[in-house]
Design a protein around this ligand. Structure first.
Ligand SMILES: [Zn+2]
Length: 477
């Protein structure tokens, strides 16, 4: 009599929490992992999947994606949800977007992945223009939580606040029990090493925060890249009890090309990218960089978003009156590799996770790049699983995910080591992706008790989580 829904047979099961790495069968019942044993009788399952030669890991959790705000990153709402599933993710956290855009996206193009989101702070949209009083900050963070977000994301590199306001946003989110992520930079610093140097002061002794894409601050704009890497690692190590962090492994960055009426580039990130190659930080500088193939804009196609450069790139830039997503191949491979592999004297990783900062951006390469690192010897397979699944689950406080163990959620990613990418994605025991083809639909929204009402009203499936379970709050021991 079959009592399991699905049996995954003959895979190399790799679980970072238990340290298990051996060929086993995994039985799934009612969306949970029921049994993991060297051999389970196939007659006990309704369905089975033979994955001999492949790696079975806890579902990949990407703690930094962009799948909600369609306007900033392409025109098709929810497109990123298909792209993250194709890349092997089973849970993603949208780092800055509206819950309305997210739930609309899930309804339109959901791929079965679980999605949590952070409210974004953009003057003129979610935040009033001008300086902000403590009361206003409390109100803004409160409304993000009421809307169903897990917390807030500060986009210092794009929409910097004063150091005081930044500090206040972080402590308010901490006090209200929300998650808080920070792309460094205030009115006094930038999206560079100086922004990272400012973090200890912003946090004081008590602030807790997730610092986004550490590698983005190690591009050599202040010191030689090697020195920036060392200093960044030093800063993060010293903030170990207050900070969680991630690195992405993609070459292209993504940013916004928007210029003011005089033609001056608005985003600090774009200016830095242009200056690195001696282009003027203006609309004309962007056009030149597009012509030379250094800059790209993002075009929406039926299968996803793609990078375009040259004449077509300039056409898109002008059509959008400069307000377009842009990409530059500026992410330093040395810093990505070193920051990912670096450990402290206790043999612990200094940077917790690999995250893509992708989603709707065409660079969902966590697994592909991590597998390259494994091949090269920069990460052991168990370490890779820590970086892709287990640590991200700790970071967000998802106690039933990120582990392959009896009773945990049957969220599983299967990797073909020959190809070096994900071959199957499974969420709650259901197949959502096979061989890059997304077959999942809908998706579960991760929200808090405070946001339950708003999310329930959208008709989306949801699960309540408590951000106070996140690593930044519960601590490392
Ligand atoms: Zn991002």
């Amino acid at each position: 009599m079959p009592n399991h829904d699905l049996l995954i047979r003959n895979g190399r099961v790799i679980d970072a929490e238990s340290g298990v790495d051996r060929v086993s069968d995994v039985a799934i019942t009612n969306g949970k992992i029921d049994q993991i044993k060297p051999e389970i009788d196939p007659a006990t399952a309704n369905d089975s999947l033979n994955v001999e030669g492949q790696w079975v890991i806890p579902g990949m959790i990407d703690t930094h994606v962009h799948v909600a705000n369609a306007a900033d990153f392409g025109r098709v709402r929810g497109l990123g949800l298909q792209m993250v599933a194709a890349a092997g993710a089973t849970t993603v956290i949208d780092l800055g977007g509206s819950m309305e855009a997210m739930t609309t996206g899930i309804a339109a193009r959901g791929s079965g992945v679980n999605v949590g989101g952070l409210g974004y702070l953009k003057p003129g949209e979610t935040v009033p223009e001008g300086r902000l009083s403590p009361d206003v900050i409390t109100e803004i963070v409160g409304s993000a939580l009421e809307a169903g977000s897990l917390g807030i994301k500060l986009w210092g590199g794009y929409y910097p606040f004063t150091p005081d306001e930044t500090s206040r946003f972080i402590s308010t989110a901490n006090n209200l029990g929300g998650y808080v992520a920070y792309h460094v930079g205030t009115t006094e610093t930038g999206s560079r090493l100086d922004g990272l140097r400012e973090v200890p002061v912003l946090l004081g002794n008590t602030g807790r925060v997730h610092i986004a894409h550490i590698n983005a601050y190690c591009r050599g704009s202040i010191l030689p890249v090697e020195d920036e890497i060392q200093e960044a690692l030093q800063i993060i190590s010293e903030l170990r009890d207050q900070v969680v962090s991630e690195v992405h492994l993609a070459r292209p960055n993504f940013t916004l090309g928007k210029c003011d009426e005089e033609g001056n580039v608005l985003a600090d990130v774009v200016s830095n990218c242009l200056k690195l190659r001696d282009y003027e930080p203006t609309d004309e500088g962007i056009r030149e960089a597009l012509r030379d193939g250094y800059a790209s804009t993002v075009d929406t196609t039926r299968t996803g978003l793609v990078l375009v450069t040259g004449d077509r790139g300039i056409e898109l830039f002008d059509e959008a009156k400069t307000d377009v997503s842009m990409s530059f191949p500026v992410n330093n491979a040395t810093s990505a590799f070193q920051l990912t592999a670096a450990k402290n004297s206790e043999n612990e990783f200094i940077i917790d996770a690999i995250a893509s900062d992708a989603g709707s951006l065409p660079r969902n390469v966590n697994i592909e790049q991590a597998m390259r690192m494994v091949k090269f010897g920069g990460l052991e397979p168990l370490e890779m699983v820590a970086k892709l699944s287990y640590n991200p689950a700790l970071m967000i406080g998802l106690g039933s995910k990120g582990r392959l163990a009896e009773g945990k959620d049957a969220d599983i990613t299967i990797i073909d080591p020959e190809v070096g990418s994900a071959s199957y994605g499974i969420v709650g025991g259901e197949l959502i992706m096979l061989e890059g083809r997304v077959v999942g639909r809908g998706g579960t929204v991760l929200t808090t008790e405070r946001g339950e009402k708003a999310v329930a009203n959208t008709g989306s499936d949801y699960e309540i989580i408590d951000p106070m379970e996140a690593l930044m709050y519960v601590g490392r021991n």
